[in-house]
Design a protein around this ligand. Structure first.
Ligand SMILES: Nc1nc2c(ncn2[C@@H]2O[C@H](COP(=O)(O)OP(=O)(O)OP(=O)(O)O)[C@@H](O)[C@H]2O)c(=O)[nH]1
Ligand SMILES: [Mg+2]
Length: 192
C-alpha cells in the first residue's frame, strides 16, 4: 500500500488531522510531544487504500528521552511515499519551523519525497486581519519549493475536501506505480 506520513513541528495539529482523515482517535493535546510513537492507520479515499502514519513532532533540539520514539518515527518517514508537512500557520515563527522540518527531512534522506504543505489553524488567522490572501500566500510557498500547498483548519474542518482531493491525486499516482498492471484505473474517482 501507498504510505503517507504526517510530519511537522510539534503542536501543529498532526494528530488532529490524523483523527480527521482516519476517523480514529489519536491523542491530540495542546502540549509539546503529545505523540511519542508513530501510529499507523489504514485510510481509503475514492476506492484507494493507503497507510497514514502520525509521527512525533520535529523540533530544533530534541529532548533526550524522546530520541527512542523519534527513531521509530524516522523509519516511518523514510519509508513514506508522500509526506503531509503540517504547519501551524498562526504561530509567529511558522516559517522558521518549516525550515527546521525541511532541514530535518533532508538530514534523514527524506528531502526528495513528494510533499504536500498543509497550512493548518487558519481559523486562528481569521480572528486577526488577513493582510494577504491564501492565493498570494500559496505563490509565496511555491517560490520556496512547495508546489502543493493547502490551507485548512483541522479543528474547524475547513477546506478538508480540498486537502483530501490533493492527497487522493498523489496517492493515485503512487498506487498506479505500485500496481502498474492494474489496467482499469478509471474507477479511481475522488469521493467526498
Ligand atoms: N485553533 C485550532 N487549533 C488546532 C487546530 N488543529 C489542531 N489544533 C490544536 O492544536 C493542539 C495540538 O494539536 P495536535 O494534533 O496534538 O498536534 P501535534 O502536531 O500532533 O502535536 P505533537 O504530537 O505534540 O507533535 C491541540 O490543542 C489541538 O486541538 C486547528 O485547525 N485550529
Ligand atoms: Mg501528535
Amino acid at each position: 500500500m501507498v504510505r503517507v506520513s504526517l510530519v511537522g513541528y510539534t503542536n501543529v495539529g498532526k494528530s488532529t488531522l490524523m483523527n480527521l482523515l482516519s476517523k480514529s482517535s489519536v491523542k491530540a493535546e495542546n502540549k509539546l510531544f503529545a505523540t511519542v510513537d508513530a501510529t499507523v492507520r489504514k485510510v481509503v479515499i475514492g476506492d484507494i487504500p493507503f497507510l497514514l502514519s502520525d509521527t512525533v513532532g520535529f523540533i530544533r533540539k530534541l529532548p533526550h528521552h524522546l530520541i527512542e520514539s523519534f527513531k521509530s518515527t524516522l523509519d516511518e518517514v523514510r519509508e513514506a511515499d508522500i509526506l503531509l508537512h503540517v504547519v501551524d500557520v498562526a504561530h509567529p515563527f511558522h516559517d522558521n519551523q518549516i525550515e527546521v522540518v525541511k532541514n530535518t527531512l533532508a538530514e534523514l534522506g527524506a528531502g526528495e519525497i513528494t510533499t504536500i504543505l498543509v497550512l493548518n489553524k487558519i481559523d486562528l488567522l481569521e480572528q486577526k486581519e488577513a493582510p494577504v490572501s491564501f492565493e498570494e500566500l500559496k505563490g509565496y510557498y511555491r517560490e520556496h519549493g512547495f508546489d502543493k500547498v493547502v490551507f485548512i483548519s483541522a479543528e474547524k474542518k475547513e477546506n478538508i475536501t480540498e486537502l483530501r482531493k490533493m492527497l487522493f491525486e498523489e496517492v493515485k499516482k503512487k498506487h498506479l506505480t505500485i500496481y502498474p498492471n492494474y489496467v482499469d484505473s478509471s474507477h479511481y474517482i475522488f469521493t467526498e
